[in-house]
Design a binder for this molecule. Structure first.
Ligand code: C2E
Ligand code: CA
Ligand code: CA
Length: 628
């Protein structure tokens, strides 16, 4: 009898089922659909074999053809069911996100399926057997053919149309699965003695299992918890099917710098065990030292978080503790993308416990908006540099200017740096942005126009984060070379925070640049983070008094005394002083009398766009009478 292939297929399906059932699984929609498809495939194969046997019995012996007909019908109905599950598997995670439309598509496809099944049940079926050729035919079988073709083709079409929305391996697996099925059906149609369809469908299941549904792909090898891929699939599923959830995250913090492998393993395994013992909810290891558990609601999450805290307090022998991020309500975020952005941003939080609230989510949104704004500005060349002239008291001219960045909106309005520099520092965009600013400054200097009106140096700001991500000396020198700029025309303003954070890297960078002729100023001096050590030991020539420090002179006699003394000390150390924020004639006079070398502020000029700055220089080189 022609049932060898089906028996093989049955064995294959049985093996996959055993492996699949045996492993720990996440409750995902696709996984459920796959499970159903396997069951349908299994049942279909059994009825396939049964129908071949009964057809032979009915044709060659006198077995009741009515029963054989029923079995044949069940077989083709199950075959269509398999096709339907294939279609559902392909489409459920892709079809419309909009709830109403998704529902409509779902109802329609179920309606077509049910109508088809009823027709197959009611319409007549015939069968025949001769030698190894065994098949059923008639109206009922025709409906099965048509429906199967519809399902296979629509699955293929959906896969191709939504190719962009799925990973490459899913695309290939889906096409292979359906393609093999289609091919087998065609072969069987031309050579009816080759009963390939059953075997092809089990082979398709093997492809799906290996490529997409192998549960071990979602397991973290060392802890047995679910892994990052699993979390990603799980969270996407939750948002897609509108199931709110709460997330508890714990990150191990080692209290010592010498963390050896054994200690790390111990801490990781203990944390994993603690999380698993909390309850049946799925626990994930999402990074070497970060874990999370997904709960259905926030009450349960808070209750379990308290348990974790109690357990942690009891274990104090490891030099490690945890920081916790709690997201009580997933609907605070607009979807999985925002959710993961939030998770990655706030996992780095140093605070012991962070609870996601609307304010934090809003902060992330603002930050993201600004991040995109910076990217756009870099792409569309909307980063502009303004120049604010300094007045050189001794020479009585404007021979220096500070380059200050702005982003130009499409409507021409300007975004001040205070709004985007902090975000750029956090996201690392400060690197491309910093390079662009230096490039603009070099382009400006290359024109040589400002030189003609007495410009000696441009001061550019360099922030602490620039030393965190990169060696800025490299690109500063590259750019001066590329644009043929004398490095002596550049002065870089660093802040005390930069000096404090990455002192060694910074000193190395500074020395490289100083060797080539670039000079440095210490910016924002007097903002509360000042430390005499910075300017005594740092290779800076100029100290810039912050706006607030300059203004404190006028507040009381004590600060007046401190400020005067400070200027005196700096002069003794051979340093020059720039006073920022000079807005009135009185401030200008006082600073001048104190012996401050450079004055910067609205009293002289606001930061100006390039052409206005040139006009300013032109005017003042002709009539240098403003200084009074
Ligand atoms: P900063 O380096 O302290 O720059 C001086 C700030 O004081 C500038 O603000 C300037 O417009 C403002 N200012 C100048 N004179 C007066 C005055 O008389 N009164 C008052 N109230 N303010 C005055 P701006 O341009 O908004 O820049 C703010 C900060 O953004 C800068 O502070 C600097 O920390 C940062 N920044 C600006 N451009 C760059 C850049 O190219 N790179 C980096 N890394 N940071 C920059
Ligand atoms: Ca500055
Ligand atoms: Ca400053």
């Amino acid at each position: 009898m022609n049932i060898e292939l089906q028996c093989c297929a049955l064995f294959i399906i049985f093996s996959i089922s055993v492996m699949f059932l045996h492993e720990k699984k996440l409750d995902l929609m696709n996984r459920r659909l796959f499970q159903r498809a396997i069951k349908a495939c299994f049942a279909c194969l059994i009825f396939d074999i049964l129908s071949v046997i009964l057809i032979n019995l009915s044709v060659y012996s006198d077995f009741d053809p009515f029963i054989t007909g029923i079995v044949c019908k069940i077989y083709i109905m199950l075959l269509v069911l398999q096709g339907f599950f294939g279609y559902l598997y392909a489409s459920t995670s892709l079809l419309p996100r909009d709830r109403m439309r998704a529902k409509a598509v779902r109802i329609l496809s179920h309606l077509i399926f049910c109508t088809g099944e009823i027709m197959m049940l009611l319409l007549p079926i015939s069968f025949t057997a001769s030698d190894r050729v065994v098949y059923s035919y008639g109206p009922s079988t025709s409906v099965a053919y048509i429906l199967s073709a519809i399902y296979i083709l629509s699955t293929i079409v959906i896969t191709i149309v939504y190719k962009k929305h799925m990973p490459g391996r899913r695309f290939i697996a889906m096409l292979l699965w359906q393609g093999i099925w289609l091919l087998a059906a065609l072969v069987q149609f031309i050579r009816p003695e080759l009963l390939l369809v059953g075997f092809a469908s089990s082979f398709g299941m093997v492809i799906l299992y290996i490529q997409l549904e192998n549960p071990s792909e979602y397991i973290d090898g060392s802890t047995g918890l679910f892994n990052t891929n699993a979390l990603s699939a799980y969270i996407h599923d939750k948002y897609r099917f509108n199931k709110p959830f709460s997330l508890f995250t714990a990150k191990i913090h080692y209290l010592t710098d010498n963390v050896d492998y054994n200690m790390e393993q111990e801490a990781v395994m203990r944390s994993a065990k603690a999380l698993v013992s909390l309850g049946p909810e799925p626990a994930f290891r999402i990074d070497d030292d970060t874990f999370c558990v997904v709960y259905d609601n926030s009450e349960r999450m808070f209750e379990k978080a308290a348990d974790i805290k109690r357990q942690k307090d009891a274990v104090t022998d490891l030099p490690a503790n945890g920081t916790y991020l709690l997201i009580p309500d997933s609907t605070q975020m607009s979807g999985p993308d925002e959710f993961f952005r939030f998770l990655h941003t706030y996992l780095e939080n140093e605070q012991e416990i962070t609870v996601a609230d609307d304010k934090l989510v809003q902060k992330l949104r603002d930050q993201n908006r600004i991040k995109e704004l910076i990217d756009d500005a870099l792409r569309m060349d909307r980063v502009v540099v303004f120049f604010q002239p300094f007045f050189n008291v001794k020479e009585s001219c404007f021979d220096t200017a500070e380059a200050l960045v702005r982003i130009k909106n499409e409507d021409g309005s300007l975004i001040p740096p205070g709004e985007f520099i902090p975000v750029a520092e956090e996201t690392g965009q400060i690197i491309p942005l910093g390079i662009r600013i230096f490039e603009k400054v070099c382009m400006f200097l290359k024109k040589g126009e400002a030189d003609r009106y007495g410009l000696k140096q441009i001061e550019a700001n360099i922030s602490a984060a620039q030393f965190d991500y990169d060696n800025p000396a490299k690109y500063v020198l590259q750019l001066t070379e590329e644009y043929g700029i004398d490095p002596g025309k550049l002065n870089l303003e660093i802040t005390e925070t930069a000096a404090a954070r990455n002192r060694d890297i910074m000193l190395r960078n500074m020395n490289t640049l100083i060797e080539r002729g670039i000079t440095f100023s210490l910016d924002d001096f007097g903002t509360g983070r000042s430390n005499i050590d910075y300017f005594v030991n740092m290779p800076v020539k100029i100290i810039k008094f912050d706006y607030s420090f300059t203004h404190s002179f006028f507040e009381n006699d004590k600060t007046k005394f401190v400020l005067t003394g400070m200027v005196d000390i700096l002069h003794k150390l051979n340093m020059s002083v720039v006073a920022e924020g000079i807005e009135t004639e009185e401030q200008m006079r006082v600073m001048k009398d104190m012996g401050v070398e450079y004055l910067q502020g609205y009293y002289y000029s606001r930061p100006l766009p390039e052409d206005e700055y040139i006009a300013f220089l032109k005017q003042h080189s002709l009539a240098s009478d403003l200084q009074g």
